[in-house]
Ligand binder design. Structure first.
Ligand SMILES: Nc1ncnc2c1ncn2[C@@H]1O[C@H](COP(=O)(O)OP(=O)(O)OP(=O)(O)O)[C@@H](O)[C@H]1O
Length: 310
């Protein structure tokens, strides 16, 4: 098990990571969800022993990794946010290059390259120069590099940023497969809540350097159990109606997207008559009305007053 205890990083005036605690057990997928600048990358960089914390420590099976970083490095694979590959080399050559850097024995490296190419689905493209790869293929190879030494724990820092939906799905399926077939434990960081919801059993939500919520999806969503999120659709957009909704004290988190409006309201409040009166007064017709299952986005909005994506 890896345990992060009171991990803190200060960069001059910025508290990038502030007293963060979390754990990951062998074989599980944990999501680290937070907007840009939340402190996810800094947390991961400390966890990977690349920069020292200002305070706190990380323990691998109860032993400090600050005192003994090598023990963690052996069993940890890190997929950085930035692509770190050689464009002039093929996928196979890149894997060989990185395997050699890590001084993997020749025969073992050859075996691992075949397995890794299959895991990331690039067997048929392995002889192409990486500079001719799509963004998604490069990201898959970036993951492959981190898998070469068969890590028991894999950290992935926003692995789907800036790629097409098909490559994104491929990466998500690869992550699931690595976990199900090879029992690799994965810390998956993202600012896409759908990905984290889909992939992780347990989730930590991070904002401004701190963990602000943690638990299973259901546990986190139960933070909102006293509220409902309502989605209404209008026949036509209406500024007057939106203005009236924003003034209404029983509604909060009003979010407007032209003819679609969502808001949260306490479960024990019957706000329908008010909604009808407001729409009538603004001369606007409601096309549909629906009570939505809360999302992690709603929880984030509830806790911080801001949207997850900026
Ligand atoms: N080397 C550094 N020097 C000074 N400030 C830094 C440094 N690295 C990160 N920060 C600051 O620390 C905060 C957290 O950044 P971090 O990159 O960890 O966030 P993140 O959640 O990973 O966001 P992103 O997804 O944009 O990478 C930000 O305010 C960032 O500007």
């Amino acid at each position: 098990m890896i345990e992060v205890v009171n991990l803190t990083k200060k960069f001059k005036k910025v508290n990038a990571v502030d007293q963060v605690n979390f754990y990951i057990e062998p074989g599980e997928i944990v999501g680290l969800l937070g907007p840009n600048g939340a402190g996810k990358s800094t947390t991961i960089t400390m966890l990977s022993t690349l920069i020292p914390p200002t305070e706190g420590d990380v323990f691998l099976n109860q032993k400090s990794i600050i005192k003994n970083p090598v023990s963690l490095r052996k069993i940890l694979g890190v997929v950085p946010q930035e692509i770190a590959l050689y464009g002039e080399l093929t996928a196979r050559e890149n894997l060989k290059f990185f395997g050699n850097i890590h001084k993997m024995p020749k025969k073992k490296l050859e075996e691992r390259i075949e397995i890794v190419l299959e895991q990331i689905g690039l067997q048929n493209e392995s002889k192409k120069k990486v500079k001719h790869y799509s963004g998604g293929m490069k990201r898959r190879l970036n993951i492959g590099v981190a898998l070469l030494h068969e890590p028991k724990y894999l950290i992935m820092d926003e692995p789907t940023v800036g790629i097409d939906p098909q490559s994104r799905n491929h990466i998500l399926e690869t992550v699931k497969r690595l976990n199900e077939e090879f029992h690799t434990a994965i810390i998956y960081t993202s600012h896409y809540m759908e990905e984290v919801e889909y992939i992780a059993k347990r989730i930590y939500i991070m904002d401004k350097g701190k963990i602000i919520a943690s638990g299973t999806k259901d546990e986190i969503k139960s933070i909102l159990s006293s509220e409902n999120t309502i989605l209404i659709k209008l026949e036509q957009p209406s500024k007057e109606f939106v203005h009236a909704l924003l003034q209404e004290p029983m509604l909060s988190n009003v979010n407007v997207n032209e003819k679609e409006i969502s808001f949260t309201v306490a479960k024990d409040v019957n706000f329908l008559p008010t909604l009808m009166t407001l729409s009538k007064n603004s001369g606007v017709r409601l096309k549909s009305f629906q009570v939505e299952e809360p999302s992690l986005e709603d929880v984030f909005l509830h806790l911080t007053g801001r949207a997850l994506r900026n």
